[in-house]
Ligand binder design. Structure first.
Ligand code: GRF
Length: 203
C-alpha cells in the first residue's frame, strides 16, 4: 500500500514508520511526508531518509476547507492509499475525514477512550490511574475517536512525571504504529459496528 504521513513537529513516529517501511517484506511504501508547518523538525529527518516531503502551510490558505482541499489534492496526486497522522496538530473537518474513511490512522498518547485531547500524561497522573499508554485508531470526525487498531500499556510508577511518562509511552508508540499500519496495509482490518476487527487475530 502507498502511504502518506502527515506531521506537524518532531516526527519520531514518522521515523518509526519510515524504518518499518524500509524493512524487507513490509507491506507498505512511504510515498510522501507532508507537514502543515514549514519549520517542523521532522521534515529534515524525512529528507535525510530520502523521502519526498511537501509543506502545505495552513496559514497560506484562506480557511480550513481550502487547506484541506490542497491536502486532499496532494494525497490523490501521490497516489496515497493510506494516510498516517503522526503528531499532526490540525483538526480535520468531517468532510475531509469522510473522504479518507477507514484509510486514515492516528496515534494518540493515551489509552483511548480515556484522555482525549492534549496533555494526556499530566492528566493521567492527575487522575491517579495506574495504567497508561497509547492507541492507534482509525480517524473519525470526532477528535481522538474511532475504531481502535492497536494499544500498548505500561504501569505508572510512583515517581513518574509527565516527561518520564511521555518518554516511555513514546517508545511504545514507535512499536505499535508500524504494527497497526501493517494490519491496514495487509487489508486485514474490517470495521463492524464501529469496532475494528482483525482477520486472523484471536479475539
Ligand atoms: C506523539 O506523542 C503522538 O502520539 C502525538 O503527538 C506526539 C508526536 O510526536 N499525537 P512525534 O512528532 O511523532 O515525535
Amino acid at each position: 500500500a502507498r502511504v502518506a504521513v502527515l506531521i506537524s513537529g518532531r516526527g519520531s513516529n514518522m521515523e518509526a514508520l519510515i524504518e518499518a517501511c524500509a524493512t524487507p517484506g513490509f507491506p507498505a511504501t512511504l510515498v510522501s511526508v507532508v507537514s502543515n508547518r514549514p519549520e517542523a523538525p521532522g521534515l529534515a529527518k524525512a529528507r535525510a531518509a530520502g523521502l519526498s516531503t511537501t509543506v502545505i502551510d495552513h496559514r497560506a490558505h484562506a480557511d480550513r476547507p481550502a487547506f484541506e482541499e490542497a491536502l486532499h489534492a496532494h494525497l490523490v496526486d501521490v497516489g496515497a492509499e493510506l494516510v498516517c497522522l503522526a503528531g499532526f496538530m490540525r483538526l480535520l473537518t468531517a468532510g475531509f475525514v469522510e473522504r479518507w474513511q477507514d484509510r486514515m490512522l492516528n496515534i494518540h498518547p493515551s489509552l483511548l477512550p480515556s484522555f482525549k485531547g492534549l496533555h494526556t500524561h499530566e492528566r493521567a497522573l492527575e487522575a491517579g490511574v495506574r495504567v497508561h499508554g497509547c492507541t492507534v485508531h482509525l480517524v473519525r470526525p470526532d477528535m481522538d475517536n474511532g475504531p481502535i487498531l492497536a494499544q500498548a500499556a505500561l504501569a505508572i510508577a510512583p515517581d513518574d512525571t509527565p516527561d518520564s511518562l511521555a518518554a516511555r509511552v513514546l517508545t511504545l508508540e514507535h512499536r505499535i504504529y508500524p504494527l497497526a499500519l501493517r494490519l491496514m496495509a495487509e487489508g486485514r482490518v474490517r470495521v463492524v459496528d464501529g469496532r475494528a476487527l482483525v482477520d486472523g487475530a484471536a479475539s
